[in-house]
Design a protein around this ligand. Structure first.
Ligand code: NCD
Length: 306
């Protein structure tokens, strides 16, 4: 058992060292082929989702069930939050009923708030525009699984780098290793200055581009993300940038033979379905790795053996 993971809150990818992530990936490897274990029998996990989700919510639930735990799902639509109950009271209740709380919320800082008031561990399943730590862990795992390493790669991130928490968390995660980051986006969706400055201060090699065509031939990974419509402060601005970037077969013509396309999903208009059947498509296995990876996270937090 690794004491660094036991009973731990997972709030931001920035809190995790390369050694801790390596340990996680080794455990996830072991769960790749395990369909069921009852090591978490008797545990009850709360899935508090105050924003839409398919993969994150379901894969946490499936991972928990594959380890023998029970899951209660609480969604914004049906919870008493809808009647005006505070997030504080909601969390207090869940903390008194359950052994672990997974929270997704549109408000940045919600997961830390939950961790501060709950006795049980809290996992951030995405809050606001910055943190989605377990998605970032899956993303790293996908790259490691493909290239057998996490460094010496040219990493492109493409799309809404301003509001996309999955892609921002991925950037923070991959910049823990020695890579070059190509941040490609329309002008209005550039990575926020405070994040870029933080990376530059740490010595991360990151360069910004507006045209994918200029850099596509250099990339080993291209991580695409959708336009985060729900996070735009001004819908007129959303309408202006809508459709301003898209990845199709043609845009990959000059790419390296082994480069991969990743995407946290859901996709809307930025990734064409014609890529699905190509060897560069990595987003479906990326989504699938959510199960062994989240099984590994849960077992490490509860301190059970594989
Ligand atoms: C992401 C999210 O919710 O931040 N989805 C996910 O968890 N895989 C990405 C998105 O919604 O675009």
């Amino acid at each position: 058992m690794n004491m660094n993971w036991f009973n731990r809150d997972i709030i931001t990818i920035e809190n995790f060292s390369r050694e801790e992530l390596e340990h996680l990936f080794n455990i996830a490897d072991k769960y790749m082929n395990i369909k069921f274990k009852d090591s978490l029998k008797g545990k009850i996990i709360a899935n508090l989702f105050l924003e839409p989700s398919t993969r994150t919510r379901v894969s946490f639930e499936v991972a928990a069930k594959r380890l023998g735990a029970e899951v209660v799902n609480v969604t914004g639509e049906y919870a008493s939050i809808k009647k005006g109950e505070s997030l504080y009271d909601t969390l207090k209740m869940l903390d008194s009923y359950c052994d672990l709380i997974i929270i997704r919320s549109p408000i940045e800082g919600s997961a830390q708030f939950a961790a501060d008031i709950c006795e049980h561990p809290v996992i951030n399943a995405g809050d606001g525009t910055l943190n989605h730590p377990t998605q970032a862990m899956i993303d790293l795992y996908t790259i490691k699984n493909t290239f057998n390493r996490l460094d010496k790669l040219n990493i492109g991130v493409y799309g809404d780098l301003k509001y996309g928490r999955a892609v921002v968390s991925f950037i923070l995660a991959i910049s823990k290793y020695d890579n070059k980051i190509y941040a490609i986006s329309p002008e209005q969706l550039k990575i926020r200055n405070e994040i870029k400055d933080e990376l530059l201060n740490k010595g991360v090699k990151i360069e910004e581009f507006t045209n994918l065509e200029h850099v596509i031939s250099e990339l080993d990974v291209l991580y695409v993300t959708r336009l985060q419509k729900e996070r735009f402060v001004d819908l007129a601005e959303y309408e202006r940038v809508r459709g301003s970037y898209k990845l199709d077969l043609k845009s990959l013509e000059k790419s390296k033979p082994n480069m991969i396309v990743m995407h946290p999903l859901p996709r809307v208009e930025e990734l064409t379905y014609e890529l699905d059947s190509t060897s560069k498509q990595a987003y479906f296995r990326q989504a699938k790795f959510g199960i062994p990876l989240r099984m590994a996270i849960l077992s490490l937090i509860f301190g059970v053996e594989v």
